[in-house]
Structure formats: structure tokens, C-alpha cells
Ligand binder design. Structure first.
Ligand code: GAL
Length: 421
């Protein structure tokens, strides 16, 4: 499942030159290059490798424009979004910024902070090459607001095969109960915290996976449209299941980001970690190959998706530079170069998949044939204030273990922030 991710040097071809001519500013001398500030949270490991691949495409295709980074580290953009929102409010935007496609854009759109990119979507060849379902979900107020570069899957469990083998666990559990039984087996064999877990938003991911198992994809998705009630008994049962699983995680979870939890897996202190499939690229970046993965038990064919994308602030200082970055992101070659490194799959269906790992090729197949469900922790299902409220509720539960309080807090957030239903 882990074919090596090869560098794709060969993609600097005719299409690159085409993008270059479209992006060029007429400045050929790098000393006079205009600076383009690209704001992300991709600071290290597999995330930085993906960003670096985009930067190298950008340098080729946008002569006269100079990439300026300055990522604000922190998984899922928890820190970056705070810095970005403060800057946008102070009219000090970067030239382009990373954001999750979908509901996470709502507040930026409402505040007039980002440009409508609908016409660019067709001139950059995105109309007709992105899956229809994706276009539908990321259309807000009849318009398109950010360029998706890659699609990640959130509901994946990653393993340390050696740890599992020592306890005789050789197959993936198919149900929540079977998963809990395997967690118990590891603990009995001396792995005190068999499930590696991190802070609030990673806990929200775990709860979302349990909710998908217990409610099914349709009712799960309805939690974010108003069609499914958070107050129901079924949600309470899912919270109880979540609590049973949480009990097998490391007690210091609230102070760990996802790469810290990943370290527990690599070091054999845990046997499992639920995390999006950016973990594969990071495990590789850490030279760890003793892993495997499976869809969260009970999720069936549900593909919980999220899309990394870039938006163009209305008040950007260098809109031409920002736009050239977006055009690089939109190109099939840019998407291929980025995703090979990042572990996601291209948003464009016509982007080449040369060099992709077996996992990525399988994920691309599942994305086509599976049942798409959105993610709140990663912005395809819910707005930023909703995400913040859900993260806070999970963080509080991690300490208190009060299931009634968790359910009321989640129900209150839905009531306050739901947009349709
Ligand atoms: C997600 C993002 C991924 C990855 C992950 C961990 O929200 O979409 O690209 O960076 O966070 O930081």
C-alpha cells in the first residue's frame, strides 16, 4: 500500500509554459519581482512538502512574482485562522490564503473579504473538471469563492503494525464493538493508551467518525443542515460510544497536536490513530513505514471529505500575484505536484496521478464510488464559529466527561449556526 512518492520533475512542460504566459507580469528580472504573500498553516513534514511542490510550480509558471511564505503552524489551521481573521479585520490581508472549501468560507463571504472566482473557474478549466458534487457543495450564494487543490479523507484509522501483531491483531475491525475489543486487548497486553489522540479538533474528528457509524452517512450529514436533531437519543448513544473509545486514549491528549499524537504511534506507545490521510505523507516524512490504514469501523463506504483550497482577499496588495498563485493551484500539473507530496488526491478529475501511492490510488477510487460526507472539524460541513464552538465542547468533555453537557453544547451550537434545513 505504500509505493514511494516520486518527485515529479517531468511536469514542467508545455502546459506550464501556457500558464506562465497567462500569469506573467511582464517583469522578467527576479530582482524586481513582486512579492506574493501566501498564507497557510503548512509549516513542517508532509504539509510543507506539499506546499514546497506548489511553490516550485509557481516559480516556474509565474515569472516576476516571488513567493513569500510565513506559515502559522497548528493542525487544521486552529492558530492560523485566528491570525488570519485578525489581519482581515484590520485590512491587512495576505495576497492569498489557505482555507477549507465549503461552509468554512461563509463568514469571509458575508464580510466581503474574498473575491467571487466564478468566472476564473471557467477560464482556468475548473468547470467540468471538478466533480459535480464538489462544485455543488462549495457553491455559496450561487458563486465559487476558493480554488480547491486537493481532497483529503478524514475518517481513516492508522496503525502501528508491530504493536498490533504483538497482540495477535492481524485484521481490521469491522464494527465499533470489535474496535473497542481490540483496544482492550492492547491495553491488557501493556499498551496503556492504545489510541493516540490530540487536542479538541482531533477529538471532534473522532466523535464525527463515531456519529457516522451510529447514524449512517445521511443522518450524519443532516446534523449540519438542520435535518437531524442533535438532541436525539441516537446522538446520545453515539456520545456514549465516543466516551468508551476516548477512555483508551492518552490522558495528555488536550496538550498534543496531531504530529505529537503521531509520534506516540511511531514510537509504539499506541497501536492506532484516527487522522485524515495527510498522516500518510507525514509518516513517510518521518521515515516510518510500519503502518497500515482502514476506514473507521462501521463507516462503510462513507468518504468523509475535506478540500484544501485558496481564496483571493478583496483587498490584497498584489492581486495579480495572488491570482497567479491560484492559477498554479488550479492547473492539473500544480494539483499533481502538490498532492503527490501531501497525500491527498487532486480535486480535478483530469490531473495526472503519476507517482501516487497505492493508498492514494485507492482513495481516488473510493472518492468516486463512495458516499461523500462532509467534515465539521475541517470546514466542509460547518462555519468557523460553529467549528470553534464544537471544538470547545469537545475540549470541555475531555476533562469533565459530562455527556449531557456535551450534547447540549453541540445542540446549542447547531441551533445558533445552522444556515439551511
Ligand atoms: C487539515 C488540512 C490538511 C492538513 C490537516 C492537518 O485541516 O486540510 O491539509 O493540513 O489539517 O493540519
Amino acid at each position: 500500500m505504500r509505493s514511494t512518492r516520486r518527485a515529479l520533475a517531468a511536469v514542467v512542460g508545455a502546459a506550464a509554459l501556457l500558464v506562465a504566459s497567462a500569469c506573467g507580469t511582464g517583469e522578467d528580472d527576479d530582482s524586481t519581482a513582486s512579492k506574493v504573500e501566501v498564507f497557510t498553516w503548512w509549516a513542517e513534514g508532509g504539509e510543507k512538502a506539499g506546499l514546497d511542490a506548489l511553490v516550485s510550480r509557481f516559480t516556474t509558471t509565474c515569472p516576476g512574482q516571488e513567493f513569500v511564505g510565513g506559515a502559522v503552524a497548528g493542525g487544521a489551521g486552529v492558530n492560523a485562522k485566528q491570525v488570519l481573521n485578525a489581519r482581515l479585520q484590520q485590512n491587512d490581508p495576505p495576497d492569498t490564503f489557505q482555507v477549507h472549501a465549503g461552509a468554512e468560507l461563509l463568514d469571509h463571504i458575508d464580510s466581503g473579504q474574498i473575491k467571487d472566482l466564478t468566472s476564473e473557474f471557467s477560464s482556468w478549466g475548473l468547470t467540468g473538471t471538478l466533480p459535480e458534487g464538489l462544485i455543488e457543495t462549495i457553491t455559496v450564494n450561487g458563486a465559487l469563492w476558493s480554488v480547491p487543490v486537493g481532497v483529503h479523507r478524514a475518517n481513516v484509522v492508522w496503525t502501528n503494525d508491530q504493536v498490533l501483531a504483538r497482540s495477535g491483531i492481524l485484521t481490521a475491525p469491522k464494527t465499533l464493538d470489535a474496535f473497542i475489543a481490540d483496544l482492550g486487548r492492547l491495553r491488557r497486553d501493556g499498551i496503556e493508551s492504545p489510541l493516540a489522540l490530540g487536542r479538541d479538533w482531533t477529538q471532534l474528528m473522532l466523535l464525527e467518525s463515531v456519529l457516522i457509524s451510529d447514524l449512517g452517512p445521511k443522518r450524519f450529514t443532516g446534523l449540519f443542515t438542520g435535518a437531524t436533531k442533535w438532541e436525539s437519543r441516537a446522538v446520545r448513544a453515539a456520545i456514549d460510544d465516543y466516551a468508551r473509545i476516548l477512555d483508551f486514549s492518552n490522558p495528555d491528549r488536550d496538550s498534543l497536536d496531531w504530529p505529537d499524537a503521531e509520534r506516540l504511534l511511531i514510537d509504539g506507545k499506541a497501536g492506532y490513530q484516527l487522522m485524515g490521510d495527510w498522516l500518510a505523507a507525514d509518516l513517510e516524512a518521518n521515515n516510518f513505514s510500519g503502518y497500515d490504514s482502514f476506514t473507521f469501523p462501521g463507516n462503510g463506504r462513507a468518504f468523509q471529505w475535506l478540500a484544501d483550497s485558496f481564496a483571493l482577499p478583496t483587498r490584497a496588495v498584489n492581486p495579480a500575484g495572488g491570482s497567479c498563485w491560484l492559477q498554479t493551484v488550479a492547473s492539473p500539473e500544480g494539483q499533481q505536484a502538490f498532492n503527490v507530496q501531501k497525500g491527498s488526491i487532486p480535486a480535478r478529475t483530469d490531473a495526472p496521478t503519476t507517482g501516487f501511492s497505492d493508498y492514494q490510488l485507492a482513495a481516488a477510487g473510493d472518492w468516486k464510488s463512495g458516499v461523500a460526507v462532509p467534515s465539521c472539524a475541517h470546514g466542509s460541513a460547518c462555519s468557523q464559529p460553529w467549528q470553534n464552538a464544537a471544538n470547545a465542547a469537545l475540549g470541555a468533555f475531555s476533562t469533565s466527561g459530562d455527556a449531557t453537557a456535551l450534547q447540549s453544547a453541540l445542540a446549542a451550537a447547531a441551533k445558533q449556526f445552522v444556515r439551511q434545513g
